[in-house]
Design a protein around this ligand. Sequence first.
Ligand code: PCA
Length: 208
Amino acid sequence: MTRVLVTAFEPFGGETVNPSAQAVAGLGVVEGATVTTAVLPVVYGRAWEVLLDAVRTHDPELVICVGQAGGRAGVTPERVAVNLDHARADDNAGQRPTEAPIVEDGPVGYFSTLPVGAIVAALDAAGITAAASSTAGHFVCNHVFYRLMHLLATERPGVRGGFVHVPWSAEQVAGRGGDPVSLPLDSIVEALRVVVRTSLVERVPPPP
Ligand code: PCA
């Protein structure tokens, strides 16, 4: 059994739900994995403290962080975390850092060590809209993703990790005008199960 930590986020930006948290809550048992979960606050700094605490407590072999990217049409595994906080909106504690490094003197970026290509292929095969993404933005999701990858690179060799954004859920945007893109929550739950299963069996070679 592989120890897997899957995290999600609280609602933010005026939303009352975050489909990442609803989907992670619905994950259930995944064959071959012992899954533990945590929900992170949408607060720079504090989100990382909660994730770090979960990593230390559960000692996972695989860490998959999940967040909402409203406006994206499908599930988007992220390829790269960038060493930059640059927010266009306040986090849930009213912070809005701009043009700030996440880790002083840290590398510009880290690649995900999840099998991004295989995950997209598996989601396609499952009939779930998906695409690889080359930016997790510069808000709290990218912040957590970068700090996770920095931790794994510097202190936890062999532990794999990455980030997956999910779109708004259809239930979340029901009744809103403008026909916002979304997926049914059931599909987002199934997508996360595919992400975990694929990450268990497919490995990416470390970057040169
Ligand atoms: N999405 C935000 C932060 C929390 C979340 O679910 C982001 O993409 O940064």
